[in-house]
Ligand binder design. Structure first.
Ligand code: 3EB
Length: 315
């Protein structure tokens, strides 16, 4: 059976579909209580002026559940889930969050993660003698190890530092596996040398799902990393070009017949870099018609020298 799943960036002004998962940047103002929607506030700020809402929809009736930090929105073919809680004691909180989330997915027959996003505060701060991103990686690995997820079954992922002290994780799970994709220009994250983290990050560079609208490629957060090393530490334009080269290589490996990027989100460490990065994007997507819709967010990338990261969807 081909999956029904759609992803779009909608202008904030539009109300959008009445069902599905919706991701809002900016302050966590007023909880939306519509029963058939899962509203996510990852706690990162948009870079003005545009404000998009990321929308994920699928067919069928929804069943919503709310259990403490966990929120679920279950459809016949897709499960959307989120976990929100404090980010103090990040290592244990992350392990608990992943156990809660994966337990809920498995219990409902959604044994495969296609995509997961992770946000928490003070990503370069220290916790138990480790950088907090590393503490996060250890907690995540501990939860995933007990489930013994094969490397070919890793989800696409994003991990970004926001300004709020809150751990927000949300995901898309399916009953049948997505295809994990790796990038020939980059060492797989789960094979990074130990110096980046005592436990390697566990994600695929992208996942591919076959949907009723055709192939859907879910791009992990992608940065200016070649092999396993960061490139162009002081130069945001060069980092943007390197990142786009990585994304192009991933597309070519996955198959040129696959659709182009429909939307991208650029996380900038310094919002003032937007103009320079936008110029690089405009040049790169010059031949694409239409080019991707782009959303800009302020976020801290897990390595200090990295000034930007790009995620998105091909559809
Ligand atoms: C990288 O390529 C950049 O730890 O889940 C990107 C996407 C990055 C996801 C994660 C980390 C994660 O290594 C950082």
């Amino acid at each position: 059976m081909t999956l029904n799943l759609r992803s779009q960036l909608l202008p904030e002004a539009a109300t959008g579909p009445d069902t599905g998962m919706h991701v809002h940047l900016g302050p966590t103002a007023g909880t939306d209580t519509r029963a058939n929607r899962l509203e996510i506030h990852p706690g990162v700020e948009p870079v003005a002026p545009d404000t998009y809402v990321e929308s994920w929809t699928t067919r069928g009736r929804a069943r919503a559940e709310h259990q403490g930090p966990l929120q679920l929105l279950e459809y016949p073919e897709v499960l959307f889930a989120s976990w929100q809680g404090p980010d103090h004691g990040l290592r244990t909180q992350t392990e608990q969050a992943y156990r809660d989330l994966l337990g809920a997915c498995h219990a409902r027959g959604f044994g495969h993660l296609a995509r997961i996003w992770n946000f928490f505060g003070d990503i370069h701060g220290e916790e138990d003698g480790l950088e907090r991103y590393q503490a996060f990686c250890i907690g995540r690995a501990a939860a995933l190890e007990t489930l013994a997820i094969p490397q070919a079954g890793m989800p696409a992922a994003t991990a970004i530092g926001g300004t709020q002290r809150r751990l927000v994780i949300y995901l898309i799970a399916t009953r049948t596996p997505a295809t994990a994709l790796e990038n020939p220009r980059q060492v797989s994250a789960y094979r990074y040398p130990e110096r980046y983290s005592p436990k390697s990050p566990t994600f695929a560079r992208a996942t591919r799902l076959d949907t009723t609208d055709g192939p859907l490629v879910l791009l992990s957060g992608t940065a200016s990393i070649v092999g396993h090393e960061s490139r162009h530490p002081e130069d945001v334009s060069a980092q943007a070009r390197e990142t786009l080269t990585n994304l192009r290589a991933l597309h070519e490996t996955a198959g040129r017949h696959l659709p182009p990027p429909r939307w991208l989100r650029v996380y900038l460490r310094r919002p003032e870099d937007r103009t320079r990065v936008a110029a690089v994007l405009a040049e790169h997507f010059n031949d694409y018609c239409p080019g991707p819709v782009v959303q800009w967010a302020q976020g801290d990338i897990c390595r200090r020298e990295l000034l930007l990261e790009i995620e998105g969807v091909h559809a």
